[in-house]
Design a protein around this ligand. Structure first.
Ligand SMILES: Nc1ncnc2c1ncn2[C@@H]1O[C@H](COP(=O)(O)OP(=O)(O)OP(=O)(O)O)[C@@H](O)[C@H]1O
Ligand SMILES: [Mg+2]
Length: 267
């Protein structure tokens, strides 16, 4: 596995075992800087587990993960977050009673709010920071075409709008690479297109690299090149979606697990 400048992320022979079960079983792959890389594969292939290991949510059993040439294996999510590596999470239940704007303003940044010095002497600075944070949140809402939701409670917006808000959280910091796990699941077509457009714009205009897990092949086809296909914990094939769809091993892997209609490759 090479460590050329093109590769933002290098995953080397990664294993994650749960007891005797090998959820990730020798996965090796590279994510190119500036790419929108698709990660597909049948249910249980180990995609989410791989994401969780890369993003520091789970520690690998063995194997290495590098970001920009630096070994980041096993670093906790908040450390990776400050390096610009983000994995989106569902908006936690306790944030449902906060507005969409407040949810964005909650994303940890370099706020100096909590220190004792600031509590005594820094009220003015805190107010300035809060204003800046609010302006940033409003800018993000506008980028995502959901300005009209700014004052709505996060618990009251639709599932698709929540996905956009989750994506919005990655825009409150200087993200370099964002891992999206099934952002399109259960989202209607119109919002799915809005999400896809936001991903494309973040990629083109702000240089975000994305890794996208998705079962919807139209979504993958519209956004992703290359596409990596996993099965049984390792990488089966990598290429354009057309190449992946024509790959015998990929077709077999999907057939072997009883394919769902929406997963159908080669269709
Ligand atoms: N915490 C865990 N403990 C035990 N087994 C787990 C755990 N997490 C995942 N697994 C198992 O590891 C395998 C891979 O799961 P994973 O969620 O990574 O698959 P996936 O490719 O994301 O599937 P899907 O497309 O259905 O989301 C599955 O068989 C799953 O049951
Ligand atoms: Mg999954």
């Amino acid at each position: 596995m090479s460590h050329s400048d093109e590769h933002m992320i290098v995953v080397e022979d990664l294993h994650k075992h749960f007891g005797g079960f090998h959820a990730v079983d020798g996965a090796s792959l590279n994510i190119d800087r500036g790419s929108i890389t698709g990660l597909i594969g049948p249910n249980g292939a180990g995609k989410t587990t791989l994401f969780n290991v890369i993003a520091g949510v789970l520690k690998p059993t063995t194997g290495r993960v590098f970001m920009d040439g630096e070994d980041i294996t096993g670093l906790p999510p908040h450390t990776l977050f400050h390096k610009g590596l983000l994995r989106t999470f569902q908006i936690a239940h306790e944030f449902h009673s906060m507005t969409c704007r407040e949810n964005l303003m909650m994303v940890p940044g370099n706020q100096s709010g909590e220190t004792l010095w600031n509590t005594w002497f820094g009220t003015r600075r805190i107010a300035d920071e809060e204003r800046a944070l609010r302006a940033k949140a409003d800018e993000v809402l506008e980028f995502l075409t959901i300005s009209h939701l700014a004052d709505q409670k996060a618990g009251q917006i639709s599932g698709g709008q929540k996905k956009l808000l989750e994506l919005g959280r990655t825009m409150m910091v200087d993200a370099k690479i964002v891992f999206l796990d099934e952002v399109g699941a259960g989202v209607n077509r119109t919002l799915l297109n809005t999400i896809a457009d936001a991903i494309l714009r973040l990629n083109k205009e702000r240089g975000y690299t994305f890794v996208v897990i998705e079962h919807d092949m139209d979504f993958i086809g519209k956004l992703c090149d290359p596409v990596i296909c996993m099965a049984e914990g390792h990488v089966l094939a990598e290429g354009t979606l057309a190449e992946i769809k024509a790959n015998e091993q990929v077709i077999e892997a999907y057939l072997g697990t009883g394919l769902k209609h929406k997963d159908k490759v080669g269709a």
